[in-house]
Each structure stands twice: as C-alpha cells, then as structure tokens.
Design a protein around this ligand. Structure first.
Ligand code: PXG
Length: 286
C-alpha cells in the first residue's frame, strides 16, 4: 500500500512527496532529522525527539516553520494515516531550495517531511547471540567542528566507519574521537560494564546524546545500578565484562566481540539482558 507522507503542512501521496534537486539538504546535507519508533501505537519519547530536532535546527540557524505542538500533531497524523502500530518515523527538515552556492540565507526556507513506515530490524538471533564489531580507523568528527548535538543530514563520517564494518563482515563499528577515546558507534551509543558498574562515554567525547541512551540510564538507575559517564579507551572495551549499544533502531544490543577480543563469556551478559528486558517493558507499556 502506498504511504502518505507529511510534506510541509499536509499529507500527500508517497508519489507526490518530492523535493527539488536544488534543495540544500540534497546539495550540501544542510538539514536535520530525527528517527523515532512507534511501539504498540505509542510514539516513543516524542517530546524528547522534537526537542532535539528544534535544538539541532537552532544550532544551524534553521527556522522550524511550526510550533512544537503543531509538529507533534503532524507526526501523530502521519502515524495515524499510515496505520502504523509498530514502526518507525523519519522526520526531516532541509534548508530548502537555494542556489548552487552555500549561502543558506537565500534559500526559500526549511522544508519538512515526515515518513511513518515499517522498520528493518536486526534479526532476533543477533540479540540472543550478541553482535561482533570492529574499531573504525575513521575518527569521529571533532565535536568543535561539527557538534554531535546536531543530528544533521550529513552522515558521511558514520558512513565511512560503516563501510569499514561491512568490509570486515560485521554490522557495526566503534568510532573514537581525535584523542582516541570512545565516541559512539555509527548510529548507536556505547555502554560497557566493569566490576558491576555501567560506564558510557560523556557526550563531550563526541557522541550524540541519544534518547535511548537517556532512557537506559534512567532504567538502570531505577534498578539501583551505578551508571558513570567517563572517557573510555579501546583497551577498556577489550577488557570489560559486558558491552552493549543503544539506539532507536537497535534498542539495546549486546556486543560479544571487538577486534577479535571476546567479551566476557562470549554471550550477552546479565546487565545487558536485564536492561534490554526493562527497555522492552518500558517501550511497550500501556
Ligand atoms: N549516535 C548517532 C550518531 C546516531 O545517529 C544514536 C547515537 C542513538 O540515538 P537515539 O536517540 O536513536 O537513541 C544515533 C541515532 C538509522 C537511524 O536509520 C539512526 C539513528 C536513529 C534512527 C535511525 O540508521 N541514529
């Protein structure tokens, strides 16, 4: 069935959801986006995603053409029009049509589109057995060059690392910052467990402040587990007891091998399994 896509101020048929080749989102990756899940008909952490979109847009001097409440209602209408109960929303704002030059201020203004569809997930087996990753040689964007808080339409830094992962027959790569500390995976945040304490890199290390990361930290603390934000080295990953990633698409997924080093006993550990279960319950709550 053809989808209905929200374009600027209304729902249109998928075939009519088009933007110009002169849109600076296409020409320069000048724009911002959010990826959001729908579980049991509930849009997951919608307000947090909308807040992050507005913040991304503010940093790049892009005016969101509607209020937060109107935008929330547009997302809800798109989900409803497509009958999405468990799925995925992609909310995108581009700079709009401009000239063949960088100047963003002569663009016609931001364009907004919202897609609500099904999502391609990792197979269930990968959650049970855990995933292998590699360390990327591609260094994460310097946080003072491209602030990680901006979820921009230019993902080439992540894509270069993803290519390294796929060339090595693993689905994900861990990215390190310019100082060699762990930043994040290509589209997920990093967590490890060592001696009963959960560690995750601070966002200043060059990580996006993931919505899933925030929820998992909250759920862990509710369980009275200690969570510490701390710079992590490659070696910390090699010798940890447990390792997992969090993100909108992956949720909580255990990592069982990195660069040929097996983590723990080679299976997702008890903290990872507990947090995945708690996350599932939270996402599917009535
Ligand atoms: N780091 C980066 C660079 C990301 O792009 C995350 C961390 C996790 O953040 P959230 O808020 O999702 O917990 C992301 C999220 C996709 C896709 O289609 C990617 C993301 C989100 C949704 C879909 O690959 N990135």
């Amino acid at each position: 069935m053809a989808l209905k896509v929200w374009l600027d101020d209304k729902l249109v048929d998928e075939a009519d959801a088009k933007i110009s080749a002169f849109d600076h989102g296409v020409l320069y990756g000048d724009g911002v986006f959010e990826g959001i899940r729908v579980y049991n008909g509930r849009i997951f952490e919608l307000e947090a995603h909308i807040k992050r979109l507005y913040e991304s847009a503010k940093v790049i001097r892009l005016d969101v053409p509607m209020s937060k409440s109107k935008l929330i209602s547009a997302v809800e209408k798109t989900v409803e029009a497509n009958g999405v109960i468990d799925g995925y929303i992609r909310l995108v704002m581009t700079r709009g049509v401009g000239t063949l030059g960088l100047n963003p201020f002569i663009c016609e203004g931001g364009r907004l589109f919202i897609i609500a569809d099904n999502i391609q997930l990792y197979p269930e087996e990968l959650y049970e057995k855990g995933m292998k990753v590699i360390s990327a040689t591609t260094v994460r964007n310097h946080p003072l060059a491209l602030p990680p808080q901006v979820k921009s339409l230019n993902y080439l830094n992540s894509i270069l690392a993803k290519i390294e992962a796929l060339d090595n027959d693993v689905p994900e790569a861990i990215m390190y910052n310019h100082e060699g500390y762990v930043a994040e995976a290509t589209a997920d945040n990093v967590f490890i467990v060592k001696n009963g304490v959960i560690y995750t890199p601070p966002v200043e290390a060059g990580a996006l402040e993931g919505i899933t990361r925030g929820v998992v930290i909250k759920l862990a603390r509710e369980e009275k587990l200690e969570v510490v934000e701390k710079n992590l080295t490659r070696c910390d990953l090699y010798i940890c007891d447990e390792f997992f990633l969090t993100g909108t698409a992956a949720e909580v997924i255990g990592i069982v091998e990195i660069d040929g080093r097996v983590i723990g006993d080679g299976k997702p550990g008890p903290y990872t399994r507990l947090l995945r279960k708690k996350f599932f319950r939270y996402a599917h709550r009535k």
